[in-house]
Design a protein around this ligand. Structure first.
Ligand SMILES: [Zn+2]
Length: 127
């Protein structure tokens, strides 16, 4: 069962939907994606610290810390699964809703190297 509830039941194939609704839905899913990215980054930090605690061995009399850390690590692992699933839903909806407008940009990797990326100026999707 999912810990987070996420509404992905919006029917974007509705023929009565106008461009304004389309744009609002796209905005909604882009904002959701940004929040899920931030949640994922923070969960990674929290999971790292619980992982460190659960891997520490200070002997039997601090075993509770280790066990509690293991339980919490698993709880956050489940949270992360839900977040990744919700991000996948957001990306699928964004791809359906966005009329991609691609542009190219050159990014410096180091002083001698650069690479060219192709990205959508609306949703940030890369090719
Ligand atoms: Zn796009």
């Amino acid at each position: 069962m999912s810990i987070f509830s996420f509404n992905d039941n919006i029917n974007i194939d509705d023929k009565n939907m106008d461009d304004n609704n389309n744009a609002k839905l796209l905005e909604y899913y882009l904002e959701c994606k940004n929040h899920y990215n931030a949640i994922e980054r923070n969960l990674d930090v929290i999971m790292y610290h619980y992982y460190c605690l659960k891997e520490k061995d200070y002997g039997a009399y601090v075993a509770n810390v280790k066990e509690d850390s293991f339980i919490q690590w698993n709880v956050f692992k489940e949270h992360k699964k839900d977040v990744l699933n919700n991000k996948k839903i957001c990306n699928a909806k964004i791809n359906e809703l966005c009329h991609h407008v691609y542009d190219t940009d050159t990014i410096d990797i180091d002083p001698d190297k650069s690479c060219t990326i192709v990205f959508c100026t609306i949703c940030g999707n890369t090719k």
